[in-house]
Ligand binder design. Structure first.
Ligand code: CU
Ligand code: CU
Length: 498
């Protein structure tokens, strides 16, 4: 018996080609690479980038053009820049010294096998991406004294070592305040990055094992993280989380992994698999490639899958996670004790690490320093600030039984999952489907790389609020959703007194 789940790639392929994240971006990047030197030649470097700070003092201001050439390279798990020519020749991540007022050009020759670029902190100037073998440049006027970091802004590369210093003037003073973000990046590739919480596959309903084919496609998606704030996510199949899969214990799962990201390698590690890296190395794919493998689902439970490409926490935080349910032999009950189908939902918590604070309008950029500090800007259910509210709220009627497949992609924070105004009747703690569930639980800890199945019967009409009960995350960082229950009220159960 063969079963196919989630988006054979032909369909995804069609969708992908309509996405602006891959198509016009390539064109505009190319146009930028051509236009920038022209513009600079005509009007000088002073207009390039965000020149938000006035010169700080009367130190030597030269206005001289000064150029640096760097090579992008890697070995093993580290990536770095190497100076080319002059006093920085051969130095790894050399310190670049310029005078205040210099018109600076930094050119990167990409001698590595993956995409790189270069970015200067404090000036917020970034070169276009350079494919392996290509070169790229940035230009800015060093109007402020100070010491600034330059680094590769491809998420994860700075933490793998691609960072050096640029010293302007004496390098001592100079503002370090963040320049404002660029405008929201439009058009968006999708109006809503979140996976629909109703998108739960039906029960397997089988008494025998089967071979189940699942398709995952790594896609870069430009979408809103909150109203009028764009962010470039890395996803499976275009949503955060990726699809939920549902198989039965002892099924053979065939994973068809494709990489549609034009810039870097991705992969997938299934926690439900027993074998090397959960399939990470077997699926590791460069842009445009496939990496397939199969595994036998030996143990029932609710399991996470996530990207396993270095820097792994970066790939996970950008949105590359999802869940697979391995049903026990007898399945999970599908009807409540009144014979009504149980209402099932799929909710996964994650973290986004960005340069600017939550609530900042414009185009957010990934921030590796915040990731290292495990200090996310946003903590989210299904990818976006308060994704599961409004039109995307979870819906149920009085006396329904609700089951939530809840996971934490993370990569770093333990969720304290709670529904304000409700109590979980059953908790399959740690996603364990081998032992009986716990009962009568108010808040359930769910660690990163793990899942929990909760069930509750809703008896009183209300808007119940899903939160991570580390409440700053819910109220200030976005980990908040709604379970909207409609129907007749019961004053015996709850009665607001006059
Ligand atoms: Cu890089
Ligand atoms: Cu990845």
């Amino acid at each position: 018996m063969a079963i196919e789940a989630e988006n054979p790639v032909t369909r995804e392929e069609v969708r992908r080609r309509t996405m602006s994240g891959t198509r016009p971006l390539g064109k505009s990047t190319l146009a930028l690479a051509i236009a920038v030197p022209l513009i600079l030649g005509l009007i000088g470097g002073g207009v390039w980038g965000y020149m938000v700070h006035a010169p700080t003092n009367a130190a030597v201001v030269t206005g001289q053009p000064v150029s640096f050439a760097l090579k992008a390279a890697s070995s093993g798990m580290s990536m770095y820049f190497v100076g080319i020519g002059g006093s920085i020749d051969g130095q790894q991540n050399p310190t670049l010294s310029v005078n205040q007022g210099d018109i600076v050009t930094i050119t990167v020759q990409n001698a590595d096998t993956t995409t790189h670029n270069v970015y200067v902190d404090g000036y917020d100037v970034q070169s276009p991406n350079a494919a392996p073998g290509a070169s790229t440049s940035l230009h800015f006027t060093a109007s402020n004294q100070g010491t600034y970091a330059y680094y590769c802004a491809v998420p994860g590369h700075r933490s793998m070592g691609m960072e050096g210093k640029i010293v302007v003037g004496a390098g001592q003073s100079g503002p370090t305040t963040l320049p404002p973000p660029g405008p929201e990046k439009l058009p968006l590739d999708t109006p809503f990055i979140g996976r629909d919480p109703n998108d739960v596959p039906p029960p397997t309903n089988r008494t025998t094992s089967a071979t189940v084919h699942v398709w995952l496609d790594a896609q870069v998606v430009n979408a809103e993280v909150e109203d009028r704030t764009s962010f470039q996510y890395w996803t499976y199949n275009g949503t955060v989380p990726g699809p939920m899969f549902r198989v039965r214990v002892n099924d053979t799962v065939v994973v068809h992994f494709h990489n549609s990201d034009p810039a870097m390698a991705h992969s997938v590690d299934f926690h439900a698999a027993t074998g090397p890296g959960g399939g990470m190395a077997a699926s590791m794919s460069n842009p445009g490639e496939w990496g397939n493998f199969s595994f036998k689902a030996l143990i029932p439970g609710l399991f996470v899958y996530h990207c396993g490409t270095p820097n792994v926490p970066t790939h996970v935080s950008m949105g590359m996670y999802g869940m697979i349910l391995v049903e026990p032999e007898q399945g999970l009950p599908y009807f409540d004790n009144q014979g009504k189908p149980i209402k099932e939902f799929y909710v996964v918590q994650g973290e986004l690490y960005t340069k600017w604070a939550a609530g900042t309008k414009g185009n957010q950029l990934f921030d590796g320093t915040r990731l290292l500090d495990e200090n996310p800007t946003y903590v989210v259910f299904n990818g976006r600030w308060q994704a599961l509210t409004g039109n995307h709220s979870l819906l149920a009627k009085v006396n329904d039984t609700v089951r939530i497949y809840f996971g934490v992609g993370g990569p770093n924070l333990i969720s304290s999952f709670h529904i304000i105004g409700e109590i979980f009747d059953k908790v399959y703690f740690l996603g364990d489907l081998t032992d009986p569930p716990l009962s009568g639980i108010q808040t359930v800890p769910v660690n990163p790389g793990s899942g929990t199945i909760v069930e509750l019967t809703v008896q009183v009409p209300a808007n119940y609020v899903l939160v991570d009960h580390s409440l700053t995350r819910a109220l200030d960082k976005g980990a908040l959703g709604l379970l909207n229950v409609t129907g007749p009220s019961d004053p015996v159960l709850f009665n607001p007194l006059p």
